[in-house]
Design a protein around this ligand. Structure first.
Ligand code: MLT
Length: 243
């Protein structure tokens, strides 16, 4: 009998040591805003995105490659870098044909923590369908890895994990309670006027509103604007079609 591939959900980077990442396809999720920003940059023609953990690394690699250096800490733009972590900054005029080196508080850090995975896919609502179609074709065990906020679980990443599970559940088997919890949260979206309305419950939503980033939040809640599958391989993120 053919066994269906399995789905697990890691709700926060604090749980990373409880999972066996090797041989798994991992979807890294940071809806507000790192993975949405990466989708915006690649979707608007960036040659590649290089995620790094520290500002020093960002500057060193960026200067060596002549790349765009960008990032945030606590949501704030970092002094010494050229750009921040707003997906709206990465228009085709700004990013087409360029490489972006990006460091963020939670998202790019998680990408380093799960580096034993067989493949790391970048997921956001902006590329939800493209990612789920890709995962269906691959038909392999998956871990949905939520970036959360400073090791706490968060609503927006968990709801996105639930959206992936909802799309895959007839072909995959969920094997942990956190996947059930994520899907249950996603199923509540219909009780609200929109995804954005639901995600107003998220603490990081309010943190970003206080930083004047309302337009980013609206953008991050758009479904399927970029039909791309950014994949992190050997430290570099590119759309799977150009790998
Ligand atoms: C992160 O990686 O922590 C985030 O994307 C923070 C943000 O800029 O909103």
């Amino acid at each position: 009998m053919n066994q269906r591939p399995q789905i697990e959900t890691c709700l926060s980077p604090i749980f990373v040591n409880q999972y066996d990442w090797s041989g798994k396809t991992v979807v890294v999720i940071d809806v507000f805003r790192a993975t949405s920003t990466i989708c915006s940059a690649i979707g608007h023609g960036a040659e590649a995105v290089i995620p790094v953990s520290s500002v020093e690394e960002c500057q060193e690699i960026g200067e060596k490659l002549g790349a765009v250096m960008a990032g945030e800490r606590g949501g704030h733009v970092i002094e010494g870098l050229q750009m921040g972590n707003s997906p709206l900054e990465y228009t085709p005029e700004v990013i087409e044909g360029k490489t972006l080196v990006l460091t963020t508080t939670n998202g790019t850090r998680l990408m380093q923590l799960v580096k034993d995975a067989q493949e790391i896919v970048i997921g956001s609502f902006l590329n939800l369908n493209a990612v789920t179609e890709y995962l269906k074709l691959k038909n392999e065990d998956i871990i949905l890895a939520c970036s959360g906020w400073r090791d706490h679980a968060n609503l927006e990443d968990t709801v996105f994990a639930g959206a992936v599970i909802y799309a895959l559940k007839s072909d995959f088997e969920c094997v942990d309670d956190s996947s059930f919890m994520a899907e249950s949260l996603f199923n509540r979206v219909g009780d609200y006027t929109s995804l954005q309305d639901y995600l107003k419950k998220a603490t990081h939503y309010h943190r970003l509103v206080n930083l004047g980033a309302e337009a980013d939040l609206e953008y991050c809640c758009l479904y399927n604007l970029h039909p791309i599958v950014p994949v992190l391989l050997d430290g570099i993120i590119k759309d799977v079609k150009v790998r």
